[in-house]
Design a protein around this ligand. Structure first.
Ligand code: GAR
Length: 192
C-alpha cells in the first residue's frame, strides 16, 4: 500500500448511508498534516443520508446513487471513481453490499468500520446481540473489504467494556466515540 503515497495525498472516496459522523471525522483527519489521504468524493445510496450535508460544508463533491439496480449503480460508481482518480475507499456506515466484481476492481483498497469486535457479530444489530448474549466486552473494528461480508483482514480493533446498565443505544454512542479515534488510526497504520 505504501506505493500509493506520492507527493500528494491519496485520493479517497467515503461511502455513507446515514448520519456521517465517521465521514465528518475522516474529513477533519484528512486536513491534518499527518493524514496520508484527502477526501475527494462522498458517495451515498440515499438522498436521506444526513452526512451529505458535509459535502456543502467542506466543499467536497458528492454523488447519490440509486442501488435498486446494483449493476447499473456500480457501473456508474466505477466511472465516477475513475473520473475523480479515486485510489482508496472508506466505507463509513454504508449499508449496501458491494458486488465481488466491484470489490475486485479495488482489491485491497476498500476498508470498512464495523461496530463490533469482529469476527463476532457480522451484519446488523451488533449492540443488541452483544447485550442479549451477556457479553462483557464489545468494540469496533476496521477491516479490509472482501467478497464475504465483514470478513476481510482486520486492521485494528478497540475493545470496550459493556456495563450492566448499558442499552443498545448507550452502547452505540460509546462505540461510535471510539470509532472516531480508531478509523484515522487504521489509516495511519495502513500507509505508514
Ligand atoms: C457506525 O457505527 C458504523 O460502525 C456502522 O454504522 C454507523 C455509522 O455511523 N456501520 C455498520 O454497521 C456497517 N455494517 P455514522 O453514519 O455516524 O458514521
Amino acid at each position: 500500500m505504501a506505493k500509493l503515497i506520492g507527493l500528494n495525498k491519496i485520493k479517497t472516496a467515503v461511502f455513507i448511508s446515514g448520519t456521517g459522523s465517521n465521514l465528518k471525522n475522516l474529513i477533519n483527519f484528512s486536513k491534518t498534516k499527518k493524514s496520508p489521504i484527502s477526501i475527494d468524493l462522498i458517495i451515498s445510496n440515499t438522498i436521506k443520508a444526513k452526512g451529505l450535508r458535509y459535502s456543502n460544508q467542506y466543499k467536497i463533491k458528492k454523488k447519490i446513487l440509486n442501488f435498486k439496480n446494483n449493476k447499473i449503480a456500480e457501473k456508474r460508481l466505477l466511472n465516477l471513481l475513475k473520473q475523480n482518480k479515486i485510489q482508496f475507499i472508506c466505507l463509513a456506515g454504508f449499508m449496501k453490499i458491494l458486488s465481488s466484481k466491484f470489490i475486485k476492481q479495488f482489491n485491497g483498497k476498500i476498508i470498512n468500520i464495523h461496530p463490533s469486535l469482529l469476527p463476532r457479530y457480522k451484519g446488523l444489530n451488533t449492540h443488541s446481540r452483544a447485550i442479549q448474549n451477556k457479553d462483557k466486552f464489545t468494540g469496533c473494528s476496521v477491516h479490509y473489504v472482501t467478497e464475504k461480508l465483514d470478513s476481510g483482514k482486520i486492521i485494528i480493533q478497540k475493545k470496550i467494556k459493556i456495563l450492566k446498565k448499558d442499552t443498545p443505544r448507550s452502547l452505540a454512542k460509546k462505540v461510535l466515540k471510539q470509532e472516531h479515534k480508531l478509523y484515522p488510526k487504521a489509516i495511519l497504520k495502513i500507509f505508514n
